[in-house]
Every structure is written in structure tokens, then in C-alpha cells.
Write a new protein. Structure first.
Lengths: 390, 245
């Protein structure tokens, strides 16, 4: 089989036409690569935003959650009566609950003394909160008043908390104008709404925000029997609880948060538009390159037509040029994308990763971009008149 | 009954059948331009070229020689009259038919039109690649054979910009011959060559006409090669003058 194709092969005209002018080829590849990087970054930021917005949500140890119907997202949570969570305990499938307070408080960087808002969750240290085997032992330290667990993945602007704590130093600073001490480190990660995260006991939380009613919480975690149907229980609780509370499955809570960023803000649209612009810019560059390439070689194409080469064969050459440009432009864009994702991850701590879906999507977008440009450039070839070469 | 008078002191008498004609031109007229600028460039041309015949076409610049060549080469649409190539009529023919016929027609252009990105060997192989049923190595060997035939065995791997004008023209000739055409149309192929090389090329084309029954129609101003032709046609003001014997 290999021998058959080997013997049937032709002169690689598309490659030779492209590579004859290395500078032009370099400019074309740089243009495609730039468009690819732009798309990788824009889609990376968009997906990173959606993923980062639910890093805490994913780690909550819950099957169902209660929130206020007035809550819009993690950056604007509204309180509801804690007794709704107690009422939920009456359901036969509910085996555990955790009341959680959720708000942004002002953290002072102990090194620079500058302040910054940090997402703070208040919970009962003896309750379950996060799905983390080490968390139980860490949460016990919060039984002492004024203790907090600091998210080691928080942005550097909060200070060298992780480094100091690991060096064995006593790390104390101001939170909402009151002194707190870091009693441990957790690993959650920042998102577009919160640059860092902090966990503390409800007792400390209520002391930090004195005007919070002890009977009000922003989030209620519900754990069910392993064999129970989450959807059915959620429906049942929705029917039995008053309208001042909304029952969501954990997955529904994650989708609720993502949906806020996707539809209620312009961020998702802006990043998608940025990716679309990258596509358009890349298309224009590739079209210009292929069009001028076809124009430059028009007498040669006309000669081939005069020799008896079919127009379809020559259109195939332009198609192959587009395909080669797509492959050669995509590879450096992919590598650059990986390096830039690493850079963004390290500097922003946002979970921006190259996944198969994204890399395939951008490959096909670049391929489409190059092939569509080749199709438009072909019009020049179709107009070629072999008689004009005489 | 048609009488062919050879300029190489050979007299041929024959009565060719329709199939023996490589080219049959019948009352062909052609115009360029539109409206008031419309100008007649060919006026009721009729002629035949038989298989294996070597015909020279001479005439002053602008008399319509190249236009006639492009019409016979199925590169232009016929406006009035008709041309038959190997029995296939070109008038109202489809693009596919003209493209199929062009595979049997070798063309040597005044401006060689080599592909700049290909070596001499690859350029010639573009011609042999049109041959059906040959392997890659056989097509490449064909290209090498024709390059040797035109005396370019030492320049096979050179790009066109590394070749002289005469060498480029020889590559173009080799490319046309590599496709094994049954009809060869040449537009002043020896114009850029010195007298010795020009003569060699014309002899090569003449040999091809004899050995492979290939009809050759060559436009030329070169007085030194007139003796090679089987027949000399002259044109003036778009009209074909009576054959010179």
C-alpha cells in the first residue's frame, strides 16, 4: 500500500510554492500564530473565568445547597434564615447540614500594610465544609477565637502568608479592622471575583461583622444518604420550604455561578469576541498571503493549465497551501499558548489549562480560517486565462 | 487530394483521412476588443497539419500568428469558423474537452514560463507527470531523459534563476516533449538561442515529428531553420498566404 502511494506521488508543488519565499512564509506563519495565540488566550481566559469562579463551589462537601433567591453569584450573596437549614433536616434523606456565612472582608497585607478584599467563609469548625481529608484536622484549629485558615493559592498581594507560615512564624494581621491569626493553610485558588479565600469559625465571623444576625446565613450545605436521589430530594425540599430560600443540587449551584458570569456580565461575551477578532485578523492575514501568492504565480498556474493540468488540480494546490499554513501556523501557536497559560497561571493563580477540547477547537478554527482564505484566493486562479501567457 | 512539398528536398504525396489530420482549421476568424475598438486579427484561415508533419509559420509581428497558435492550442474560445484537433471540434466544446485535448498538445512559449520554485528536473517532470500509468521514478526518468536530450544533464538540479535564457528555453522544450504530445505548438522557441543550439533544438523537434508522428507547428522568424520544415506557411494581416513550395 505504501509503495503504491509512493509511486503515485507527485512533486510537492504546494510546499515548494510556499517555501520558495521564506520571508513571506515566515510572515504568513507569524500571522496565523498570532491569531492562534489570541484565540488561545481569549478562550483560555474565558474558560479560566468560568472554572475559577467555581473553585470553592466544587470543593464544598455537600449534595444540596440552600441559597437566598436574591443571591446573584458568589460576589453578591444574600442572607436567609438559618432555620430553613434546620427545617431541611426533617427530610428523611438528609443526614447532615452545615450553615455557612459568605462575604468579602478587608484583609491587611502584614508586610506592606495595604488592604484588599478577601472572600471569607464562616462555618462551625466541627461541621463538614470541604471535601479534603486533611481539612478536619485543620478546621479544629478554628475553635480558638480569632483564628483563620488562609488559602495558600491566594494572590501574592495578600502578603507572604504561605512562606511565613511554613517558616514557623506567627502570622497575624488585620481582618475587617480586627486582629486575626493564621492557624493553617488550605488550597482553594482565586477566581475573577475573589483574589483570595479565608475560612474562619462562625463565632469569629460574627465578631468581624457585628451587624450580621446570628440567625442569618448565606449558604446552607446539605448532605444526603448515599443512595438518595438528589434531584427528587431537592424538589421535595423546594416544595416544603418557604419561598425565601432556593434549593439547588451542588451541580446546579456550580452552574448557577457559571451562568452569572456567562450571561449576567459582559466578560464571557468580551472574551468570545476577542477570540472572534483573532479569527478575523488571522483570516485577513492568510487571505492576503494566499491571494498575493496566487497572483504572483498566475503565469505559472496558467502555464500548467495550458499544459493540460485541470483547474481542479491547481485549486487543490492552493488548498494544500492553505492546509500546510494551518498545520505550520498552529504548532507554534499551541506551544506559545502552553507557555502563556503557564505564565498566566503562575502570575494570576487562575486555573487556565490547555485541554483537548480547546486545542482541537482552535486547530479547527485555524484550519477553517486557512481553507476559507484559500477558497477566496482561488477566485484569482479561476480567472486566470492561459491564453494570456503567450 | 493534397500535395505536400517538403523543404528538405523530400516530396511527399498523400491523401490523408480525417484521422490523419492532427489539425484542421476551417474558415477561422477572430477579433479582439469591443465596440469601436473591435479589430479583426484572423481572417478566414483554413489549413491542415498532418501527423508527423513539421510546419513553420512565418509572418510580420502582429499578423496573428500567436493568436492562431493559442486558438489551435485550445486556449481561446473560437468566435467564428472551427478547428478540429485529432478529429475533435473545438467550436462550442466544453472546458473539460479543451482541457483533455491540451494534454495531447505540447506548448513551447516564447517566455519559457518555468515554475520558479522548481528545479529544471522538476519543471520537466511537471510535463511527464501528465502521463498516465507511470510510476514516480519512471516519470522522473522521463524528465531526465529529455533534459539530457536538450543537453542539460549537468543542470538538472538548478533553479530557473540559475540558468541562462537559452538553458531556460531548453528546459521549456524538454517539459513540452516530456508529456509526449501528438501536436507540438512552438512560439519562436529558438529566439533566445544561439545558432548552434537553435539548430540542435529544431533538429530535435524534427526528429520527434518523424519518430513519433508528432505534428509540429512552429512560429519563427529565424531564416536559418527554414530548410528543416516540411511546409512553410506565411501570414499577413490576419490572412494565410498561399503555401511556399
Amino acid at each position: 500500500m505504501r509503495s503504491y502511494f509512493w509511486q503515485k506521488r507527485r512533486i510537492p508543488l504546494a510546499w515548494l510554492l510556499l517555501s520558495r519565499q521564506p520571508l513571506r512564509l515566515f510572515v504568513a506563519l507569524a500571522g496565523i500564530c498570532f491569531a492562534g495565540i489570541l484565540m488561545f488566550m481569549q478562550l483560555g481566559f474565558r474558560d479560566g473565568l468560568f472554572d475559577a469562579s467555581v473553585t470553592v463551589h466544587r470543593k464544598l462537601d455537600a449534595d444540596l445547597v440552600l441559597i437566598s433567591p436574591r443571591s446573584m453569584s458568589s460576589i453578591s450573596m444574600t442572607g436567609f434564615p438559618r432555620r430553613r437549614l434546620i427545617q431541611a433536616m426533617a427530610h428523611e434523606d438528609v443526614v447532615g447540614i452545615s450553615p455557612v456565612n459568605w462575604n468579602f472582608l478587608i484583609w491587611r497585607n502584614p508586610e506592606t500594610l495595604s488592604t484588599r478584599a478577601i472572600l471569607t467563609l464562616g462555618f462551625e469548625p466541627n461541621d463538614l465544609l470541604l471535601k479534603d481529608p486533611d481539612f478536619t484536622s485543620k478546621s479544629k484549629t478554628l475553635t480558638n477565637f480569632g483564628r483563620v485558615l488562609f488559602d495558600e493559592l491566594s494572590r501574592n498581594e495578600f502578603g507572604p502568608i504561605k512562606e511565613w507560615f511554613k517558616e514557623g512564624k506567627v502570622v497575624e494581621t488585620e481582618l475587617s479592622g480586627k486582629r486575626v491569626r493564621v492557624s493553617g493553610l488550605i488550597s482553594l485558588g482565586p477566581n475573577f471575583g475573589a483574589d483570595g479565600n479565608l475560612l474562619t469559625s462562625r463565632e469569629t465571623y460574627l465578631d468581624l461583622i457585628p451587624n450580621t444576625s446570628p440567625g442569618s446565613i448565606e449558604l446552607g450545605l446539605i448532605r444526603l444518604r448515599p443512595d438518595s436521589n438528589k434531584g427528587m430530594v431537592a424538589k421535595s425540599l423546594t416544595a416544603s420550604l418557604p419561598l425565601d430560600v432556593k434549593v439547588l443540587t451542588k451541580e446546579g449551584f456550580i452552574e448557577f455561578e457559571k451562568n452569572y458570569w456567562r450571561s449576567s456580565t459582559s466578560i464571557g461575551f468580551i472574551f468570545t469576541l476577542g477570540a472572534a477578532l483573532g479569527f478575523v485578523v488571522g483570516s485577513v492575514i492568510v487571505y492576503q498571503i494566499l491571494y498575493s501568492d496566487v497572483s504572483d504565480h498566475l503565469p505559472e498556474y496558467a502555464t500548467l493549465m495550458a499544459m493540460g493540468y485541470r483547474l481542479e488540480t491547481l485549486l487543490g494546490v492552493v488548498c494544500r497551501e492553505g492546509f500546510l499554513l494551518a498545520i505550520m501556523g498552529y504548532l507554534p501557536a499551541y506551544i506559545s499558548g502552553q507557555l502563556l497559560y503557564l505564565l498566566v497561571r503562575n502570575s494570576t493563580k487562575l486555573p487556565i489549562y490547555m485541554d483537548t477540547q480547546k486545542s482541537l477547537l482552535i486547530f479547527f478554527l485555524i484550519l477553517f480560517m486557512c481553507m476559507a482564505s484559500a477558497l477566496f484566493a482561488m477566485r484569482r486562479l479561476i480567472d486566470a486565462d492561459p491564453a494570456e501567457i503567450f | 487530394m493534397t500535395k505536400y512539398i517538403s523543404l528538405t528536398n523530400q516530396v511527399q504525396l498523400s491523401t490523408p483521412s480525417v484521422q490523419d489530420y492532427a489539425v484542421k482549421v476551417n474558415e477561422l476568424s477572430h477579433w479582439f476588443g469591443e465596440g469601436l475598438n473591435r479589430r479583426k486579427v484572423l481572417d478566414r484561415i483554413s489549413m491542415e497539419i498532418s501527423l508527423g508533419e513539421f510546419v513553420l509559420l512565418a509572418g510580420p509581428s502582429g499578423c496573428g500568428k500567436t493568436t492562431l497558435l493559442t486558438l489551435i492550442g485550445a486556449l481561446r474560445r473560437i468566435e467564428k469558423g472551427d478547428i478540429s484537433i485529432f478529429g475533435s471540434k473545438l467550436l462550442h466544446s466544453s472546458r473539460h474537452t479543451r482541457q483533455r485535448l491540451r494534454r495531447q498538445i505540447g506548448m513551447i512559449f516564447q517566455g519559457h514560463n518555468l515554475l520558479r520554485c522548481l528545479t529544471a528536473e522538476q519543471n520537466v517532470q511537471m510535463g511527464s507527470d501528465l502521463l498516465e500509468g507511470l510510476s514516480y521514478s519512471a516519470r522522473r526518468d522521463q524528465a531526465r531523459f529529455w533534459l539530457r536530450s536538450v543537453g542539460l544533464e549537468d543542470h538538472m538540479h538548478k533553479l530557473p534563476h540559475d540558468l541562462s535564457g537559452g538553458q531556460k528555453q531548453r528546459v521549456a522544450i524538454a517539459r513540452a516533449l516530456a508529456a509526449r504530445p501528438k501536436l507540438l505548438l512552438a512560439d519562436e522557441p529558438t529566439a533566445a538561442l544561439d545558432s548552434v543550439t537553435g539548430r540542435e533544438i529544431v533538429d530535435l523537434l524534427k526528429g520527434l515529428a518523424n519518430d513519433q508522428s508528432c505534428a509540429v507547428l512552429m512560429v519563427t522568424h529565424d531564416q536559418r531553420i527554414l530548410d528543416v520544415a516540411d511546409r512553410l506557411l506565411s501570414m499577413e494581416d490576419g490572412k494565410l498566404l498561399p503555401s511556399i513550395g
